[in-house]
Design a protein around this ligand. Structure first.
Ligand code: UD1
Ligand code: CA
Length: 455
């Protein structure tokens, strides 16, 4: 929007979180609080400033495409905005002030708020809502339907003011010069010995500026996060919303309460998610996929009609169509499974490709391996890819059969259609269509056991 800049307050310590990190770095719905606020802000304006202070290096490293303002000591929300004074000297437009700890605010609501402010011809506007439990929030003292008198912080409120259900969201629009002028008149003679941004509202009203209060229908959207309990509540709400939108698009989720799905995850219709599944990051799941309980999937693609059984961990991997995985399989980064691959219990795969129709059903480790189509990997097969210094590749060509409990000591190549006898330690390449056998020959000592018992 024209003539509109955004200032996000994110310098505060997380005293009530009892955390060493800035509050806005904590996560809900899979994202840092500041990221949620930024996402909505970007719809409104490309000119975004963020006030940082407590663990500011970490906040700066976490976000991009914004300008930073340092607030050295955290002396309150008014003090935080004051830190931006020089940056906005000479700017006469509107300033939208957001709190880094109010993450559910939507871009749509911000847009209507800006319209309210501009159409009403206000010098300052505050977003409010009636809250079921206004505890902890600043209260809105009004003198009529659309105009406000002042904002009183909970800790400075009289018993009468505490009865007010209408809360301050911590989201405002100000005419910039009026804001900075009023800020210079704030004092810290209050319960918290802080410079309150909220005091600016009362100051502007006293100076006969027009101040609007924009009340939204539900306080949920302006929930602020001050404690770990608040964080958990907002996280649950975001996850419930995600599950609901997936269900609306045709995904069955048996127990949304115990299901954790990040906002950016995509799942195709008629897929079924069992209880206690976690799906994170940029995961993309096709149609008719089944994910059974206690599985955790991060940044992975799963093709249509695949099944992931219980207790699997999938990380940065890629599964084709009609793959079956688990129970108890682990895919580490860059595991690439072709269509109709079967990977079973206690199989770990890292940085390896398995061609169409290949099976590794039990107790195997495949690392740095390129495995062709229709290969059979027996139980207990291990690629010995690491010699203590470097990693080495294993190549297993199409149609090969690797017998149970064999070690493939890399670098090594098993040719097309070759057989490896069970229990082999393969150190040299095995040519196509051959048998590789590398184990001690069996000896029989007849009657040995019987003679021993006689002694
Ligand atoms: C603030 C409001 C309160 C409102 C509530 C909405 C004030 C005085 N009170 O209270 O009326 O109902 O938000 O959620 O403004 N921050 C800084 N520097 C500081 C202090 C805070 O950048 O020195 C940042 C924090 O990181 C946070 C935001 O400002 O993102 C709000 O601060 P917080 O201490 O959480 O204010 P509340 O007590 O919640
Ligand atoms: Ca807060």
């Amino acid at each position: 929007m024209e003539n509109l800049r955004v200032l996000i307050l994110a310098a505060g310590k997380s005293t009530r979180m009892k955390s060493k990190y800035a509050k806005v770095l904590h996560r809900a719905g899979g994202r840092m609080l500041i990221e949620h606020v930024l996402r909505s802000a970007r719809f409104i304006s490309a000119e975004i400033w963020v006030v940082v202070g407590h663990t500011s290096d970490k906040v700066k490293a976490a976000i991009a495409e914004v300008k930073f303002i340092e607030q050295k000591d955290q002396l309150g929300t008014g003090h935080a905005v004051m830190a931006a004074r020089e940056q906005f000297a000479g700017y006469t437009g509107d300033l939208l002030v957001l709190s880094g700890d109010v993450p559910l605010i939507s871009s749509g609501t911000l847009e209507t708020f800006v319209k309210f402010h501009r159409e009403g011809g206000y010098n300052a506007s505050v977003m409010t809502a009636d809250a079921e439990n206004p505890d902890g929030y600043g209260r809105i003292v009004r003198h009529n339907e659309s105009e406000v008198d002042s904002i009183v912080e909970q800790r400075d409120a009289t018993p009468e003011v505490l009865q007010i259900a209408e809360i301050n969201s911590g989201i405002y629009i100000f005419n910039a010069p009026a804001l900075f002028d009023a800020l210079s008149k704030t004092r810290s003679n209050n319960a918290q010995r802080e410079y309150y941004l909220t005091d600016v509202i009362g100051i502007l009203v006293a100076e006969r500026h027009r101040v609007g209060a924009f009340k939204i229908p539900s306080a949920e959207e302006i929930s602020g996060i001050n404690t770990r309990q608040d964080l958990a509540a907002v996280d649950r709400l975001m996850r419930r919303r995600k599950c609901e939108s997936l269900m609306a698009d045709g995904v069955t989720i048996l127990d949304p309460q115990s299901t954790f799905i990040d906002e950016d995850v995509q799942i195709g219709a008629d897929s079924v998610i069992y209880p206690s599944v976690q799906i994170y990051g940029n995961t993309i799941i096709g149609e008719d996929v089944t994910i059974r309980s206690f599985t955790r999937i991060s940044n992975t693609r799963i093709g249509a009609r695949s099944t992931v059984l219980e207790n699997c961990v999938l990380d940065n991997s890629h599964l084709g169509e009609e793959v079956t995985l688990g129970p108890f399989s682990r895919l580490r980064p860059d595991a690439v499974l072709g269509d109709r691959v079967k990977v079973g219990n206690f199989v770990e795969i890292k940085k390896s490709t398995l061609g169409t129709g290949t099976k590794s059903q039990h107790l195997a480790y495949l690392g740095d391996a390129t495995v062709g189509k229709d290969v059979n990997i027996g139980a207990g097969v291990i690629t010995c890819n690491y010699d203590g210094v470097a990693k080495h590749p294993t190549v297993i060509e199409d149609g090969a059969f690797v017998g149970t409990d064999s070690q493939l000591i890399a670098p090594v190549r098993i040719g097309k259609g070759a057989y490896i006898a069970a229990g082999s330690s393969i150190t040299d390449d095995v040519p196509a269509e051959s048998l590789g056998i590398a184990r001690g020959r069996q000896a029989i000592k007849e009657g040995w056991a019987k003679n021993r018992k006689k002694k």
